[in-house]
Design a protein around this ligand. Structure first.
Ligand code: ADP
Ligand code: MG
Length: 211
């Protein structure tokens, strides 16, 4: 059995067409059910649904052989024990700094200054501001980051941006792009060694679907 870890939402929605190109489909009602283990049209392939941020953990510990995770999640996780063979070029967005309209970001991040930043990406944000020589007080949040600068919890946020609609709706401005983000296929290293013959054709099929 090959187990593929996906997360509901963008990752599942964007991965299903790639799998379909490889001849692997879910039953019509599966993606909408509450089940967490979904059989596929191939008896030897199943999908497990986990939180987006848990995908690397499942694959790292062998709970799944493969998974699809955003680069944001992967970098924040650290990627230990994971082989990352493919950029699937789905779920594309960017990691950015955003601040309220009128906030003088350039002044706030001059060398040696101090800034308060709310984010769920504390590792990536810490690295980014360290690279700039800016002292940062990081406030870890798990969602609704946009709220933090509006009520004075932070000066700025580090979050994913695609269209910018959420930022605009909250009168925030993207002040710095940190890095482009897309979803990656990740593979358990031990599984690839011991069951490579089983896993490689699926990886190759996803590669063809991405190309
Ligand atoms: P969650 O909110 O539970 O983290 P999402 O489905 O919103 O789940 O995000 C899963 C992954 O999809 C993220 O880790 C990121 O890589 C990507 N993603 C998130 N937001 C966007 C977006 N606005 N546009 C494109 N990709 C996104
Ligand atoms: Mg989200």
């Amino acid at each position: 059995m090959i187990t593929l870890a996906l997360s509901k939402g963008r990752i599942l929605d964007d991965t299903l067409p790639l799998l379909a190109q490889g001849g692997i489909t879910l039953a019509a009602d599966e993606a909408d059910s509450r089940a967490l283990i979904l059989p596929t049209s191939r008896a030897d392939v199943r999908v497990v649904l986990v939180r987006a941020s848990d995908v690397p953990t499942y694959v790292q510990h062998g709970g799944a052989d493969l998974g699809v995770a955003g680069l944001d999640v992967l970098l924040e996780h650290g990627g230990l024990g994971l082989f990352q063979p493919l950029d699937l070029r789905i779920a594309q967005c960017r990691l950015s700094v955003a601040a309220p309209e009128g906030f003088d970001y350039a002044h706030a991040v001059r060398q040696g200054a101090r800034i308060r930043v709310a984010t769920k990406y504390t590792q990536l944000a810490a690295q980014h501001f360290a690279d700039k020589g800016v002292h940062v007080d990081l406030i870890k949040l798990y969602g609704s980051m946009e709220l933090a600068p509006l009520i004075g919890l932070a000066d700025a946020i580090v979050d994913l941006v695609s269209s910018g609609a959420t930022l605009r709706a909250n009168r925030l401005v993207e002040v710095e792009a940190i890095m482009p983000i897309s979803a990656r296929l990740i593979v358990n290293r031990a599984a690839l060694k011991t069951r490579g013959a089983q896993l490689r054709p699926l990886i190759a099929a996803l590669q063809r679907a991405t190309a």
